[in-house]
Design a binder for this molecule. Sequence first.
Ligand code: SF4
Length: 440
Amino acid sequence: MWSYYPELLERPVPRYTSFPTAAEFRPLEHDRVTAAALAAIPSGAQISLYVHIPYCNEICYYCACNTGRANKKKRLQSYIEALIREIELVGERIAGPINVSRIAFGGGSPSAIDPEDFVRILDQLRASFDAKFSQISVELDPRDFTADWAETLSESGVTHASMGVQTFAPQVQQAIGRVQPAKLIATAMQQLRDKNVSSINFDMMYGLPAQTLSDLRDSLDQAIALQPDRIALFGYAHLPDRIPRQRRIDSTIMANQIQRFEMAALGYEHLVDAGYQAIGFDHFALPDDPMAQAARAGTISRNFQGFTDDPAPYLIGLGASAISIFPDHILQNEKNVGKYRDAVFAGKHPAQLGVQVSEEDRLHRQIIEDVLCRGRANIGTLSDASRLTGYLESFEKRKLLTIEDTEILCSDNAAPYLRTIAAIFDPYRIAAGTKFSSAI
Ligand code: SF4
């Protein structure tokens, strides 16, 4: 059972889907840096691809993603043409043969485009990257999922799907502008299973407007009954000052911090009681799922999709706002779709922001990832290890971790505090602290 220590949760902290985090990204000499990073990929390197579709048929009020309405056919088509051109460009700039282990389509909602366009993009990826043996995953919106889509996924060799479920409670769906009856989700799930999409994830949320503990328990029960292989249970971050579409949500019906903590604790216990294995602080997987196996083996890591069992050291992001990870750089494509398109059609790489990753950053990143993914880390590699150990005393005193020499071992009930513990090893966090979301 988790204990609530509000003083340890009061500071907003990053989600650490990368380190350095996006708050450190700065404008850079994009075309030259990206071309050099792509050219330096060694022959035979294992690479993951991420393809961003920044469109949705309906925009949910809570959404913090880079996405817009898919209501103009011409705009959508010109984006797809630009995406295909970027794929060609990147493929041409990689010198030797590579091994593409995974392709992930995210957004936005990839299911907002026509299935035929999805196939065109996939064909270009296969042509440019020799990616025929890749594991392919797609994020889906159950509201626009059709039998046609199920057929296309099956014929395209897609084996993994992630569905935006968030909540089954009708009044909460209303409050977040995402009305999707339970039957719609169950039907999409059945269509996927019938077409051999063998791994299905549900994205769910706590801390939503008007959501009660009982709503959350009921939503999790409905999800558990459908037996997705994985469930990600995220805390909703209400930041209407920074995300204009969230202003449509009534701020007076939001959960306070203790209620959010109770919801996170309930979700964790409920899913574990139902047989799911907890991974880090917000992912859950059935015990025989590869992600659960990787977590037990201590080999999961963090990337822009959260916890992952993907071992590839390179991630190439394609599409507006997509992020690429190279050993020495993290690069983000132009977010504005018009500017993204202009750059690509001018034959330039569309990266616009980024950060150079130093040797010091790599040491900090390893410790942050070890804390979040494995609940243990050796901080002996840091020159100021003994000073940083001092910041851990308040966690040690509350039995959330133990320290032996330079080794930190987090206890089983430390899950809600892992981000806060990890942030102690983030030298950038003091300057950027207020930009992030609540740790719970
Ligand atoms: S479907 Fe997903 S990406 Fe699209 S607006 Fe809703 S939450 Fe955002």
